[in-house]
Every structure is written in C-alpha cells, then in structure tokens.
Ligand binder design. Structure first.
Ligand SMILES: Cc1cc2nc3c(=O)[nH]c(=O)nc-3n(C[C@H](O)[C@H](O)[C@H](O)COP(=O)(O)OP(=O)(O)OC[C@H]3O[C@@H](n4cnc5c(N)ncnc54)[C@H](O)[C@@H]3O)c2cc1C
Length: 307
C-alpha cells in the first residue's frame, strides 16, 4: 500500500535537499549506501571481496539536467575504473543513462557512455546499464544494442513487471547481450506493467528460464527466496553449472542470503551504491519494503530511551 507514496516522493526533487540534510534520514540511507565518496565504496568492495563475493559500483545520480553534471558523472566512473584496477578489486560498474545526460541530449549521453565503455574495455572490465522508468526502456535498449557489437563489455537490465519483457528477452538472447533480470523498481501504469506481484513473479520465472537456458552469463537479481530457489532448481534440472550465471543482491539487504548462496558455491555480486545523491535510491528501497522505515524508527527510539 505504501509503495506508491514512496515512489511519488522519489520523484519530488524539491524534497531531496531537505531530506538529505536531515541527520536521521542520512543515517537510514547509509544502511543501503556505502558512503558519500568513492573511498567509502572501495572500503565496502574490499570487505565484499574478502567474503568471496564480487561487486558492482553505482555512483548515485540520475536525471541530470546540466551537461556539467553528466560530464562530472563520467569522470567519476572513469576514476572508479582506475581504482578498481589499481586496488585489484573484483568489481564492475553500473551506470544510469539519465546520469549521463539522456534527458539533455541523446548524442551527449552516447558520447559519454562510449568514453566509459572504451576505458572499461581497455581495463578488461564491464559496464552494466541500469534500467530506469519505462520512458527510457526503448531508448536504453536501442543504445545498448547499437553499441554492443563495438563494446561487448556492456550489458543491460530487464524488468519483469513490464509486459514487453519476455519479447525483450528473446531479442537480447539473439544478440548475445548480457542481462541482469530484476522485478522493477519504478511506478508504472497498468497499461504496460503487471500490477499484481504474482504476475510479476510469474514473468520473472519465465524470463529467468529463457536467460539461464539461452542467455549469456545472466544475472539473477532478486532477494526473493522462492525465485532464487526456482533458479537453482532449474539450473540443476538442465545441467547448467553455477559458473554460467550469477546472483545479484543489493548492499545492505539480506546478508544471510548473500552468505548462504556463497556457501552453496554460487557466484554472488553485491550492488554497492555510493555518493551524496541517495534520495531517490532510498525512496525506492523504502517503497519495496516500507517496514524498513518502521524498523529504523523503532531502533532510534530504543537508542534514545537507553541514552
Ligand atoms: C543487484 C540489483 C540491481 C537492481 N537494478 C535495478 C535496475 O537497474 N532497475 C530497476 O528497476 N530495479 C533494479 N533493482 C531493484 C528491483 O527491481 C527490485 O525493486 C528489488 O530487487 C526488490 O525486489 P525483489 O526481487 O528483491 O523481490 P521482492 O518481492 O520485492 O522482495 C523479496 C524479499 O526480499 C527482501 N527485500 C526486498 N527489497 C527489500 C528492501 N528494500 N529492504 C529490505 N528487504 C528487502 C524482503 O525480504 C522481501 O520479502 C535491482 C535489484 C538488485 C538486487
């Protein structure tokens, strides 16, 4: 019931400045975000790697409205790749196209993305293009498909709440593009997306099967025990070994699950966001599980009573 209000808040940029300045909300955010600086993300990735897991770094930011900000985001990603290489981290990066200026100019966005992809290719690394709201789905896929031949080191994300996704799965599989499969984190109308969780999950399972069977090293990104078990069972039944796909989970969520999958011998990648632009990211995490807010408020109240 609270999903829609949090997703509404995630788009209210007027609130962003106010909310991010509050010490209490910042404390809540840092349960899901590594910290403000690349330094913080590097520290978290080292811990993640030490636990036998890999990572994907996300420098938070989206829907930039100034070219300057898109250029700055590009420099930040180039710096992240340098750090990954010099510190020998087991990590790639995740990028949002609206962070590279897609709303300002598709040509600018493409040019900046190519700079990142070219550097990643030199360093033998990989760039995942995150999927944003449905206004960007086609444009994101078009750009990835256009660049994939030149830069096979880029992959995309598909969202199982969209009706179109099973068709998109056929297309990416035919082109050999690597996919991260997610349920979808934005507010979409019932004309294009399943409103019911059971339908989103059913579509996820169908897409997972196609990707695990015919895709190129797919990433099954979910914290949903049932879908994770379905993936494991499907791979077993079809003799697909655990090194042909990976599970992905978000930093700060279900550490028990991260450990269990690793212990069972699966490849697990943790999505590690960092940076000061955490407001929309936090609102989406609260939309997925409003109880996060309740737990946090309770723990703060307990601390205050104890003080
Ligand atoms: C690595 C990764 C990358 C992603 N990239 C994208 C992307 O590019 N585009 C996009 O639209 N979406 C992305 N998402 C988000 C995704 O679309 C879902 O919104 C999110 O993963 C929650 O759905 P779920 O699959 O975990 O299943 P759910 O059915 O929502 O949750 C299953 C269980 O997971 C736990 N859980 C889920 N969310 C939370 C939370 N916020 N806090 C605490 N526990 C939680 C709960 O125990 C819950 O019962 C990504 C998710 C992951 C894991």
């Amino acid at each position: 019931m609270l999903r829609a209000p949090f997703l509404y808040l995630s788009r209210r940029r007027g609130l962003q400045r106010f909310v991010t300045r509050q010490k209490l909300t910042a404390r809540l955010a840092y349960r899901f975000v590594a910290g403000d600086r690349l330094e913080d993300a590097v520290r978290v990735v080292k811990e993640v790697n030490a636990r036998g897991l890999t990572a994907s770094l996300d420098h938070l930011g989206e829907n930039v409205t100034e070219e300057r900000a898109a250029h700055a985001a590009t420099e930040d990603y180039l710096a992240a790749f340098e750090r990954i290489a010099t510190e020998r981290l087991d990590a790639n990066v995740s990028v949002k196209l609206t962070q590279l200026g897609l709303d300002i100019s598709p040509d600018l966005c493409r040019a900046l993305l190519e700079r990142i992809l070219a550097r990643a290719r030199q360093l033998d690394n990989f760039v995942r293009i995150d999927m944003e709201g449905s206004a960007y789905t086609q444009r994101t896929l078009d750009l990835v498909f256009a660049l994939h031949e030149k830069y096979p080191n880029c992959g995309v994300v598909l969202q199982s709440y969209l009706f179109r996704t099973l068709e998109d799965v056929q297309r990416v599989n035919a082109l050999g593009v690597r996919v991260r499969l997610v349920k979808g984190a934005y507010d979409e109308p019932p004309s294009i997306a399943y409103p019911k969780k059971s339908d989103v999950d059913a579509c996820y399972e169908k897409a997972m099967r196609e990707l695990v069977l015919h895709g190129v090293y797919p990433a099954i990104a979910t914290h949903d025990d049932r879908l994770i078990e379905a993936t494991r069972a499907f791979a077993r039944e079809h003799g697909i070994s655990g090194d042909r796909f990976e599970f992905q989970l978000l930093f700060g969520i279900r550490r028990d699950l991260q450990e269990r999958l690793r212990k069972d011998g699966y490849r697990v990648r943790i999505y590690v966001p960092y940076g000061t632009e955490w407001y929309p990211y936090l609102m989406r995490r609260l939309a997925e599980r409003p109880a996060n807010l309740l737990f946090f408020v309770r723990s703060v109240l307990r601390e205050r009573r104890a003080a």
